[in-house]
Design a protein around this ligand. Structure first.
Ligand code: ATP
Ligand code: MG
Length: 133
């Protein structure tokens, strides 16, 4: 079965949402097979969001992602990438449906609680980036 990389961002950790968010993945039927509370380095944040380097918000994004610990997870199950993106909801919490993690816990696109990999190929790259160090 497929693996996805999921990361509760610093705002989600600060607000005490780890348990609630992990519970949603478990209730959906995705297994949390590895997890860690970790401080992301500037270099790793810049690499992870490298495709956004030209965006005006890139500096703020890196500062946000390194502002405190994140909770990284590998979740596994059928279509884990697609299913976790559905649980997470739209990038902008103001546009994310109620019932999704961003729809229920976020307000602003600049601090949107959680990351999920967007393809199985990127899931493998992100798992290597965050768990094979
Ligand atoms: P993620 O990759 O974090 O799961 P995503 O795939 O839904 O999010 P991306 O387009 O990959 O969306 O954007 C990556 C992250 O960059 C967003 O989750 C958000 O934290 C930040 N971001 C995106 N657009 C904006 C914006 N307009 N202003 C501020 N931050 C933004
Ligand atoms: Mg993305």
């Amino acid at each position: 079965s497929e693996k996805a990389f999921v990361m509760i961002k610093p705002d989600g950790v600060r607000r005490g949402l780890i348990g609630e968010i992990v519970s949603r993945f478990e209730k959906k039927g995705l297994a949390v097979v590895k997890a860690e509370l970790v401080q992301v380095s500037t270099a790793t944040a810049e690499e992870h969001y490298g495709h956004l380097k030209s965006k005006p918000f890139f500096g703020e994004l890196v500062d946000y992602m390194t502002s405190g610990p994140v909770f990284t997870m590998i979740v596994e199950g059928p279509a884990a990438v697609k299913n976790s993106r559905y649980l997470i909801g739209a990038t902008d919490p103001a546009e994310a449906a109620p019932g999704t993690i961003r729809g229920d816990y976020g307000l602003d696109v600049s601090e949107n609680v959680i990351h999920g990999s967007d393809s199985p190929g990127n899931a493998s790259i992100e798992i290597a980036r965050f768990f094979i160090r």
